[in-house]
Design a protein around this ligand. Structure first.
Ligand SMILES: CC(C)(COP(=O)(O)OP(=O)(O)OC[C@H]1O[C@@H](n2cnc3c(N)ncnc32)[C@H](O)[C@@H]1OP(=O)(O)O)[C@@H](O)C(=O)NCCC(=O)NCCS
Length: 174
């Protein structure tokens, strides 16, 4: 990201929904479809990341959706789910469901800015910034990012897609 581009973190609005859906599909495929795209993966992203899904998260009182805007474009977003206990990390009742930064903006502080704002949102709502999340064990970039931000390994969870089960780390931070 050029140094001159101002980054603004703000709550998502309905007009962001198409861009959020497109950005999600791009980031998800580039992160996980490392052997190409098949019908299973295509159907998953097209069903999961729809503009309607984002609009409905925006009106859900147990969800917070924060976007990172740079020069009038979305560069990334974070989605939080409140009231989501995790038995492997009982200190937290909020899940960071998604933290996606579009590739050209990675490694320029966008993810850190979104995470900072997410934790401040959690503090405002629950009185502490405790948060848990899951990350695919092969996603070393994200693991390095979360480690840098003080998240520690709390256990293992499995993500099912079709007949496959994908190992995830459960990470948590207070
Ligand atoms: C993981 C992700 C959110 C990080 O966001 P980002 O904006 O690139 O992160 P930042 O620029 O704020 O990086 C902060 C720190 O994280 C660590 N980090 C980030 N990317 C890294 C990489 N590729 N390798 C090693 N460390 C990395 C570094 O310590 C970095 O600090 P530094 O640049 O001063 O060394 C982003 O890469 C992303 O969206 N990836 C694809 C989707 C994904 O995997 N999301 C998480 C799923 S749970």
């Amino acid at each position: 990201m050029p140094r001159s581009t101002h980054l603004h973190i703000r709550p998502a609005i309905a007009a962001d929904a198409p861009a959020l859906a497109a950005l999600s599909i791009q980031v998800w495929l580039s992160t996980y479809a490392t052997e190409g795209v098949n019908e299973l993966l295509a159907r998953y992203v097209l069903d999961e990341f729809t503009p309607a899904a984002f609009v409905s998260w925006m009106s859900d009182p147990d969800t917070a959706l924060l976007v990172a805007e740079a020069g009038g474009h979305l560069a990334g977003y974070a989605r939080l789910r409140f009231g989501a206990p995790q038995e492997l990390f009982p200190a937290a009742s909020t899940e960071l469901c998604t933290l996606y930064v579009q590739e050209p903006f990675t490694r320029s502080g966008v993810g850190s800015a979104l995470l900072r704002e997410a934790r401040s949102t959690v503090r405002g709502r629950t009185g502490n910034g405790a948060l848990w999340l899951t990350v695919n064990v092969r996603n070393r970039r994200a693991s390095a990012f979360y480690e840098k931000h003080g998240f520690a390994h709390r256990g293992t969870a499995w993500f099912a897609l079709g007949d496959g089960r994908h190992e995830n780390h459960v990470l948590g931070a207070c």
